[in-house]
Design a protein around this ligand. Sequence first.
Ligand code: AMP
Length: 275
Amino acid sequence: MREVVQALRCDGKRIGFVPTMGALHEGHLQLLRVSAQENDITICSIFVNPTQFNNPEDYKLYPRTLEQDVSLLQTVGCDYLFVPTAADVYPQQSLIQFSFGALDAVMEGEHRPGHFSGVATVVGKLFNIVQPHKAYFGQKDLQQVAIIRQLVYGMSFDLQLVCCPTIREESGLAMSSRNKRLSEKELQTATILYKALNKAKQELTSHSVASIKAGVQTYLAAEEDVKLEYFDIVETTALQPVSDVKGLDEVALCIAAFVGPVRLIDNIVVDLHQL
Ligand code: AMP
């Protein structure tokens, strides 16, 4: 990969990069299409990164569909696919730990200890190997985008981050590789996450934050197969929870819940002047 990239850069090519963990779906394909439009060369990586899984079972059961992924990549203008092994990425145990202060003390960072340190480690390694001019991420993982923005800034990576919108099923369910682990019934049940976000959005101007949060808890508690992990209303830069939305321009509503055995996340960003 390093040799390929060196040759491309010598030729003056602009490189777009889409890091993924595979089991590709329309959410990933969108990032690849945008990259193909904006760059001479698009590189996708597929690597299920062990250091970002705080739950070994989640790592073991994470969907792996490489053959199908390769066929999909051929339809979206991807030029190179990088599929390193864990031994390629971690020839020896990495002792580096990243900490992002308040940014990783909330939501995913709080509920998945070590997760963002693992994400930052692997994304940093991939940026160094692939040396992209632009790297593409999904708003579906809102906190991850904020973390990687800090990584780029903090480590002076010479690249531009591009954040693309969340792609959803017709049912409203945010596309996710983990959806592949859900039964038909659970797929239907999982639509409650997006419904809860929209219900909360409707209440932003009329209810207090505390009562919106209590309302979401009650709404999800009615569904037997759903276990809410958190629902937070946060400001959209440092992603810190707010107790009142008055005076803010924009908030993000963020949710994480188990549907059956599978942990899902979703969020929407709300412009408070548009309500
Ligand atoms: P993953 O393979 O889950 O690590 O995701 C790779 C990239 O695709 C990340 O930047 C994700 O935020 C993005 N992504 C995953 N699902 C979606 C989606 N439904 N819409 C937009 N981007 C997504």
